[in-house]
Design a protein around this ligand. Structure first.
Ligand code: PMP
Length: 359
């Protein structure tokens, strides 16, 4: 018998594997990781306690329906449980959204550059990616995105604030855009960084979804709530969409540790949102510091800043790493830098200043 490899889907060949933000190099100098938009604060003791208690049962499967968490979310956000679906991080829920809506022949629209998982999960679903360039100000071009809709469009991602630029779309322009989208096309408002927003003109997706059955809101416990390692996110959408998301979820995908820690985090929200406030203050300090140094930085409402460096991207990232902070380069485009602890932010600001003075 001749040796052949198993047949794999041909379209996977063209799909890159998701690249996580790098940690500091093993054996290298101690460095702060500002490459994955994580929360620099350690877990709250009370949240850890709940997770550790859940660990005592990990010979058992978790509650597949995430009952406690769904009830807590319903209470906290004033939505019916039937409008909720959970998943392994919001990227897991995004993949459920693709599975629920799109397949070969269908089209998925998103801004570009935006969250790098969108093209990957779209292509894995077999659907066709329709990336729409950001404006010259690194903002979603909602008019061009609405113009890109065809009768094959099934899903549109609006990342607000946008990863990696930190830019936002405002209430009026978003409502105008939604008015132009056919009601059988699902619009996903990816609000992974919602809690970091201070611009009052940015709408809360949960207000928008209530009157729009074709809008789903994506949220996560990974950023403001500091549970990136536990993998839990959720969507809020009207019942048919939410039910389809529950159907397309990986069974038992959200561990009991994650569920219990998420509930405890919602219950400790005041303290966690206080930490977010401190990060927002650091964001202002970093942003203003960069502007003072002469950098052009798009205004950011997330827990990161974006520097469009073009061909100097790799050199800048290397200079930061040498100084003691690992940032996230997007080769040939720019560098995204997470707002971390103030010591890390200081190191970054010094590195940016030194790099600029050498230009
Ligand atoms: N959406 C956006 C815009 C993101 O930046 C990220 C994380 N980088 C996610 C979703 C996914 O986060 P998680 O799966 O940890 O919830």
């Amino acid at each position: 018998m001749s040796e052949t490899s198993p047949k794999l889907r041909a379209e996977l060949d063209g799909i890159p594997t998701y690249k996580p933000g790098r940690p500091a190099a093993a054996g290298g100098p101690v460095a702060f990781k500002l490459s994955s938009n994580e929360n620099p604060y350690p877990p709250l003791p009370g949240v850890m306690e709940k997770a550790v208690a859940a660990a005592g049962n990990f010979n058992r499967y978790p509650d597949m329906a995430c009952t406690g968490l769904m009830n807590e979310l319903a209470d906290r956000f004033g939505v019916p449980v039937s409008h909720l679906a959970t998943g392994t991080g919001s990227v897991g829920v995004a993949q459920q959204l693709l599975q629920a809506t799109s397949g070969p022949g269908d089209e998925v629209i998103y801004a570009w550059r935006s969250f790098e998982a969108y093209p990957i999960i779209t292509q894995i679903s077999g659907a066709t990616s329709v990336p729409v360039p950001l404006t010259s100000g690194d903002v979603h071009d909602l008019d061009a995105m609405a113009d890109a809709v065809t009768d094959r469009t099934r899903l549109i991602f609006v990342c607000n604030p946008n990863n990696p630029t930190g830019t936002v779309v405002h209430r009026e322009e978003l409502e105008r855009f939604l008015d132009r989208i056919p009601s059988d096309v699902l619009v996903v408002l990816d609000e992974a960084y919602r809690e970091f927003i201070r611009d009052a003109e940015v709408p809360d997706g949960l207000e928008i979804y209530r009157s729009r059955p074709n809008v789903a809101v994506l949220r996560t416990f990974s950023k403001a709530y500091g549970l990136a390692g536990l993998r839990v996110g959720f969507a809020v959408a009207h019942e048919p969409v939410a039910a389809a998301l529950r159907k397309t979820a990986v069974p038992f995908g959200v561990s009991q540790l994650a569920q219990d820690a998420a509930v405890a985090s919602l219950q400790a929200e005041d303290e966690l949102l206080g930490r977010v406030g401190a990060l927002v203050a650091e964001r202002a300090r970093v942003y203003e510091g960069l502007v003072k140094q002469g950098w052009t930085v798009p205004p950011t409402q997330a827990n990161f800043v974006w520097l469009r460096l073009g061909e100097r991207t790799a050199d800048f990232a290397a200079a930061c790493e040498e100084a003691g902070v690992v940032v996230r380069p997007f080769p040939g485009e720019g560098v995204r830098v997470t707002i971390g602890e103030s010591e890390a932010n200081d190191i970054f600001l010094h590195a940016a200043d030194a790099f600029r003075s050498r230009l």
